[in-house]
Write a protein that binds this ligand. Structure first.
Ligand SMILES: C[S@@+](CC[C@H](N)C(=O)[O-])C[C@H]1O[C@@H](n2cnc3c(N)ncnc32)[C@H](O)[C@@H]1O
Length: 252
């Protein structure tokens, strides 16, 4: 009876939110970071190999942005890279910044011992005015990107199969000589360069190769999602929206 009265007193619009809060209060929250709050199993958090890899990337983050927890997103990238490490083709990341995710991946899949190259593509100093809208440039300024090229060179100098490709995408795309790509990560936070990279690399991505979109489902990144969905539809594939906010394609 009381339950019924409470339910009646709550405006219909708020009911799903109240139900969600009630569910969270009654169940053990297993994960609460990076816009994702859930009670489902998160055992990967206890995986020592992942924890070591995450720590390598986190150290870079602490040097630059400060601390931000995003374990599940990082785990998805490590999982995708692990899958890609077993097939023919190189790795490419478009949008590297300090190389936080890439440093994790390199550790997780032991990239130094793979017969592959990892191309890290970035201006290494934020978005490029020529290829970004005014709104995107505003975001770039808010993010406070600084010149990180020397720092990134230092981070990856111990890995001879990692190559930095400095400059704005799309200009630098022809500098990646790979004919086969197994892992493509897209994380530039701006539409035109992301689409240009997809267009350029798509035919080189091998069957079973992975495309990972970092910002796909995040609030404020709707234009990227719209553009990537249109690209995917044109290629006859669909992007899997992940609860982490990422998007994933495994190329048929
Ligand atoms: C969100 S950060 C990438 C974060 C990174 N994936 C990580 O693991 O920390 C976005 C990066 O995209 C880069 N970027 C933006 N527009 C670009 C363009 N047209 N060409 C190359 N890099 C670009 C910026 O310099 C910035 O470092």
């Amino acid at each position: 009876m009381i339950k019924h009265l409470i339910k009646k007193a709550i405006p219909k619009k708020l009911l799903p939110k109240v139900k969600a809060i009630n569910f969270i209060l009654r169940n053990k929250v297993t994960y609460a970071q990076d816009c994702l709050y859930t009670t489902v199993n998160a055992d990967f958090m206890n995986d020592a190999r992942f924890a070591n890899a995450y720590a390598k990337g986190r150290a870079l983050m602490l040097e630059s942005w400060g601390d931000y927890q995003f374990h599940w997103r990082a785990y998805v990238a490590c999982w995708a890279a692990q899958k890609a490490s077993g097939i023919e083709g190189d790795f490419v990341e478009c949008g590297v910044n300090t190389g936080m995710l890439d440093r994790m991946i390199i550790d997780y899949v032991d990239f130094a011992h793979l017969p592959k190259k990892f191309y890290l593509m970035d201006t290494f100093q934020g978005m490029d005015e020529a290829y970004s809208t005014e709104a995107e440039m505003k975001r770039s300024h808010t993010m406070g990107y600084v010149d990180v090229y020397e720092q990134v060179k230092k981070t990856f100098k111990e890995f001879p199969n990692v190559e930095l490709v400095k400059g704005p995408i799309p200009d630098t795309l022809p500098l990646v000589p790979s004919k086969a790509i197994a892992y493509l990560s897209i994380d530039m936070n701006c539409v035109a360069p992301e689409v240009a990279a997809l267009e350029y690399f798509w035919d080189r991505i091998v069957s079973g190769g992975v495309v990972l979109f970092d910002d796909y489902g995040f609030p404020g990144h709707e234009q990227q999602k719209t553009a990537h969905d249109a690209f995917a539809a044109k290629k006859g594939v669909s992007i899997l929206p992940l609860p982490t906010g990422q998007g994933l394609i495994i190329k048929p």
